[in-house]
Design a protein. Sequence first.
Length: 290
Amino acid sequence: MSNGLSTTALPATGYATVLPRELINGSDAEVVDANVDVVNVMYAELLDIEEIAPDALRSYYVDFYLTQSLGGGFAQYVFTVPDREDIDVYVRAGLEQMGASAHLDLFNRTVAAFDALSEDEADAYLDRDADLDDGADGITDAVRLLEKLDGEFETLLETEDIIALNAAWLRSLPDLLVLNDEELDRHIAERVSRIPNLAERQAEAAEDDLLDTPEFEVIIRELCDVAGHTLLKITMGDPNYDHDGQTTLAWHFTTDQGEFLMLDDEHEAVMIHPDTQEILAAVEFEVEDD
């Protein structure tokens, strides 16, 4: 009986590229997207970049580069890439290994051209609304060169298809694991179980999520905790809600016990029943010194 793991020797890192069995014979785009989805799940499960197969990351970031460049040129890639110095390495290696030699040459020329820009020139290039012919500050021959390279990128795709090359390379990897959904879930769970500081990473992720959560949602969740309810969804914010003859902002939300409202002022927030106006929970705001 199969345990879901290939008997093929793993790469030196100990991590193999993994693809779902149901998509391995799909279209080129489906194969590339499948790898993207698997890597996204691994990131969501708090695996670090060092704990994911390098080839999977090379394919992943080549596709990221392609997507961003098609959306807004190299400027969009620069805007959105989390750490360009590190990610450039994966893009270069991926393009080289999948045989996209012309794209690799173009990528290297584009990176060199962008890195040679002055600060004003970089700002002008990254401003996609800039008029390259109006003589504005920062619009130089160096900036126009980058715009020319962006055009070359799209033309090159007609003769060197990155998606097709990426998919063919993924399918050919000697250490590739092809798993069904259950095996894939088990494989990722086993990798996560080996994270030495998993609890610490989970705490940091929860803190980051909290920082990214809108204030009204944080307040509603706290009110639900006080009231002993489980929040199901936040429906809408109503800026014209009439409360005691005053027009105020009310947030409508649903818990496991029905529909409720959240109202707040400078000092406290309350959870009320929309029909009876009964206050079910209240939280006071701490006043911070200037």
